[in-house]
Every structure is written in structure tokens, then in C-alpha cells.
Design a protein around this ligand. Structure first.
Ligand code: ZN
Ligand code: FE
Length: 256
């Protein structure tokens, strides 16, 4: 299986997974990059996986149906272009002969789902849309901080080598915030250097891994003393991870 991050719009990635003959794509906000990749590699489009209803994740779905030899899958509790197979937590689907488990991860949107594949011989693969970003997390458009904190905690509990395929290239700007939260965190500083090198060559900073995010992502580090102290200084009422999370999310919204 080969995993590709197809750049779309200004900072989206459409993830494409293929076996040399068949491909699935995740969150095709536009069709053109998918058409180009399918043509370049001579692939049949076998499935479309959607994590949530936002236009930059579903905008290309209808145009891709013409060449789709399979189904569109999406969140049961959201409106995405019909027809699609509605999915919710605990359900499993098989595409490209691979088994994917569905997680409910509300917060960015109310019905947001994520897809996890656990290969026998490789690191798990997580498609998490706009829930978990490298060094950050999605904005809370439809959910509460408590919901998002629970969603992220679920993802944080996955094996450390899980490959995190998020939908946006926000890593460097997220790292600026992460460094403000934890000025003494060396992992954050060295990751900035690595990401700057990648971006200088137009390469993605993704996928990340859960283990790496646990070291650099303030939103997964709400239980760490220094993160809690920073949040307290920005108004968190207690050191409770959920309260720390709520303050960090609010602080990040204002952060420039
Ligand atoms: Zn979104
Ligand atoms: Fe998005």
C-alpha cells in the first residue's frame, strides 16, 4: 500500500491510499488533484471516505462519482452529498481489502468521524479529518470543549506508531502556539526546524504519529504540569485536563 498526500486548495491534503491498481481517497474537497493522481498512477478509484460535512472535505465528491467504482462513506449524523454509506462509532468497513474501524470524534463538527486501519505488518493508519492536527486541533464550530477533549483523548490512546493523516498543513503555525504554551519543550523547537526544512521543499509535514503528537501537541498534553500552568496563567479555573483544554482552545483562537 502506498500513501500519498495530495495538496488541495491552499493548505488541504487529500489522502490517497493505493495498491498499484485501486485507490481510496479521503475528504476530496476538490476533484482535480484526485483526477491527476489517478491518471498519473493508472489507478481505479474504489472508494471515497469522508470525515465531516465541510465544503473543503466534500466539494469534489460529486464530480468524482463518474469514475468511482465503489461507494462513498461518510458520517451518519451529517449531511454530505448523497448517496453515501452512513457510518457511526464501532462500525467497520472493508475497502481495497482493508478493514477500517470508525470512531465518533465530535467537536469540530457535531457528527465528525475518523477511520482507523490496523495493518498486520505496518503501523496503524488514522484518517482524522479536522479533529487532530499536528501540534494542534480543529476549531470548535459545532461542539463543546469537553466533547473535543474526549475525542482527542480517544485518539491519543491509540498506539504510538499510529500514522496521523490530518487534512490540513497547519503544523508550523500550530508549533508557534505550542512553543508559547511550552517555551521549554525541546521537542517542539526541534520539530520547527524539521518542518521548516520540509516546507522549504514544498513537502508535507504529515503524516505525524500519535507518539510524536504526545510530545509536541499542547492539546494532547493537558495533563502535563507546564501546560496546565500556562493555561492557568491564561484563565483556566483548575488543572483539570478538560478545563486546561478549554482554555488552550480559547487562547489559540486569539493567538497571532
Ligand atoms: Zn472542517
Ligand atoms: Fe477542513
Amino acid at each position: 500500500m502506498e500513501l500519498l498526500a495530495l495538496p488541495a486548495f491552499t493548505d488541504n491534503y487529500i489522502w490517497l491510499l493505493h495498491d498499484g491498481a485501486q485507490a481510496l481517497v479521503v475528504d476530496p474537497g476538490e476533484a482535480a488533484p484526485v483526477h491527476a493522481a489517478l491518471d498519473a498512477h493508472g489507478l481505479v478509484l474504489a472508494a471515497i471516505l469522508v470525515t465531516h460535512h465541510h465544503g473543503d472535505h466534500v466539494g469534489g465528491v460529486d464530480e468524482l462519482r463518474d469514475r468511482l467504482k465503489g461507494l462513498v462513506y461518510g458520517p451518519a449524523r451529517e449531511r454530505i452529498p448523497e448517496p453515501f454509506v452512513p457510518l457511526k462509532a464501532g462500525e467497520r468497513i472493508t475497502v481495497l481489502g482493508l478493514d477500517f474501524e470508525v470512531f465518533d470524534v465530535p467537536g469540530h463538527t457535531a457528527g465528525h468521524i475518523a477511520y482507523l486501519h490496523r495493518p498486520a505488518d505496518e503501523a496503524p493508519l488514522l484518517f482524522c479529518g479536522d479533529t487532530l492536527f499536528s501540534a494542534g486541533c480543529g476549531r470548535l464550530f459545532e461542539g463543546t470543549p469537553a466533547q473535543m477533549h474526549r475525542s482527542l483523548s480517544q485518539l491519543a490512546a491509540l498506539p504510538g506508531d499510529t500514522r496521523v493523516c490530518c487534512t490540513h498543513e497547519y503544523t508550523l503555525s500550530n508549533l508557534r502556539f505550542a512553543a508559547a504554551v511550552e517555551p521549554a519543550n525541546r521537542d517542539i523547537r526541534s520539530h520547527v526546524d524539521w518542518c521548516e526544512g520540509r516546507r522549504a521543499h514544498d513537502l508535507p509535514t504529515l503524516p505525524s504519529t500519535i507518539g510524536h503528537e504526545l510530545r509536541i501537541n499542547p492539546f494532547l498534553r493537558c495533563g502535563v504540569a507546564e501546560v496546565a500552568a500556562s493555561a492557568r496563567a491564561h484563565g483556566a479555573a483548575s488543572n483539570e485536563p478538560a478545563a486546561v483544554f478549554a482554555t488552550l482552545r480559547e487562547w489559540k483562537n486569539q493567538f497571532r
